[in-house]
Design a protein around this ligand. Structure first.
Ligand code: PLP
Length: 375
């Protein structure tokens, strides 16, 4: 199918661009000997897991369902971290996961025995209390009062027996200078215990596949932990795996005016690209400009009845009209994993653009997908 013939709304993942990212990540693995696993929270398009598994070491999960998906569809190294595990999750997790990472010593005490009895690795998430990001407090696990990771004050060396690795996750869309700063804090606070570990997990939030990302500095950070403490190093990026590797194709349904020209699309910020409102951010849109850049300005709005369901203001070379197709960029990550059928919005189809340009719709959704999750 041609790109122009895809149904809308539709998420399209560009296989060639995904492979480009995977090659960059695989290069880091090759040069340093570190292991990189996909954080499924950002991108859970399991049709592509066999492809991703050719380049990466495996997957990580935030709970039983993601862990099952990684186990069933990628079938490589499988990790899980959860702020707290339920009693009912652990028996299954220890059969399908290789690394089970705990967020507290009480969870360690409760479940460590089962993890070790199953021959799996138990890890602990630490909180180095080193904020390196500004602006997005909801994405800063080092913000005051954060529920993520054990701080030095609550660290219990007496309970480390059986813990083979430490995990931290403190970054969000950041470069390797912030990783370096974080590693300094990790060493300063938790250095005394690093040599007794087998592995360290640097978490996610590394924007490795972004153009200006400093990969040599990342590799220096990895080697530092490998050489100084003899640790195996893991990274678990989500965003970086499918960064800029997908689109959201949508159709203009109508145009109206209210002080500004408005276009209503067959997509929705709140249902199909919730991070636009939650983060918030302005998604890139092909063939458009900033306000004032091109002659025709429109406020692009969603099809729900939520007043705030607005994607943003964009300018165009030509007036928009009903039937026009618009293509938003960077829509592979934190998009389809977060969508909802709020207000009875249909879920976008999910498609792949192959390397030869041919497009294939992998999945379409309908009324039943809205009805079945309510009662
Ligand atoms: C969200 C998350 C990731 C992935 O983060 P990205 O910003 O998508 O790279 C990795 N590890 C943990 C524990 C996470 O919560």
């Amino acid at each position: 199918m041609r790109f122009e013939d895809l149904p809308t709304p539709c998420y399209v993942v560009d296989e060639g661009l995904l492979i480009k990212n995977l090659e960059i990540l695989n290069g880091v693995m090759q040069r340093t000997g570190c292991k990189i696993v996909l954080a499924q929270k950002a991108f859970s398009m399991s049709t592509l897991y066999p492809l991703i598994g050719k380049y990466l070491s495996g997957a990580t999960a935030s709970g039983l369902y993601e862990a099952r998906l990684g186990y069933e569809e990628m079938g490589k190294e499988n990790h899980v971290f959860s702020p707290a595990y339920g009693e009912n999750e652990m028996d299954q997790l220890v059969t399908i996961c290789d690394h089970i990472i705990f967020n507290s010593f009480s969870q360690v005490e409760k479940f460590k025995g089962r993890v070790l009895a199953a021959g799996k690795k138990a890890g602990l998430r630490i909180n180095p209390e080193c904020s390196t990001q500004e602006g997005h407090a909801i994405y800063d696990p080092c913000s005051p009062g954060s529920r993520f990771g054990v701080t030095l004050e609550h660290f219990r060396p007496d309970l480390l027996d059986g813990i083979s690795g430490l995990h931290f996750h403190t970054l969000c869309q950041q470069n390797s200078d912030d990783l370096e700063t974080t590693l300094d804090a990790v060493e300063e606070k938790f250095g005394p215990w690093l040599s007794q570990m087998e592995w360290i997990n640097f978490g996610g939030g590394h924007h490795i596949t972004r153009e200006d990302y400093d990969i040599p500095r990342l590799e220096k950070c990895i080697k530092r932990m490998q050489e100084k403490y003899g640790l195996e190093v893991y990274l678990e990026p989500g965003e970086a795996v499918a960064l800029n590797a997908g689109y959201m194709v949508t159709t203009v349904l109508d145009t109206t005016q209210n002080g500004i020209d408005i276009a209503i699309l067959d997509t929705s910020a709140s249902c199909h690209m919730p991070d636009v409102l939650e983060m918030p951010y302005r998604p890139p849109l092909f063939d458009s400009g900033e306000v004032g850049e091109k002659p025709y300005l429109y406020r692009l709005g969603g099809k729900t009845c939520l007043t705030g369901d607005v994607i943003g203001d964009y300018s165009f070379d030509q007036p928009l009209k009903s039937g026009d197709r618009l293509v938003f960029g960077d829509m592979a990550i934190y998009s389809m994993v977060k969508n909802t059928t709020f207000n009875g919005m249909p879920l976008p189809a999910i498609a792949i653009k192959k390397q030869d340009g041919d497009c294939e719709v992998v999945r379409e959704f309908g009324y039943d997908d809205f009805k079945m999750r309510l009662a």
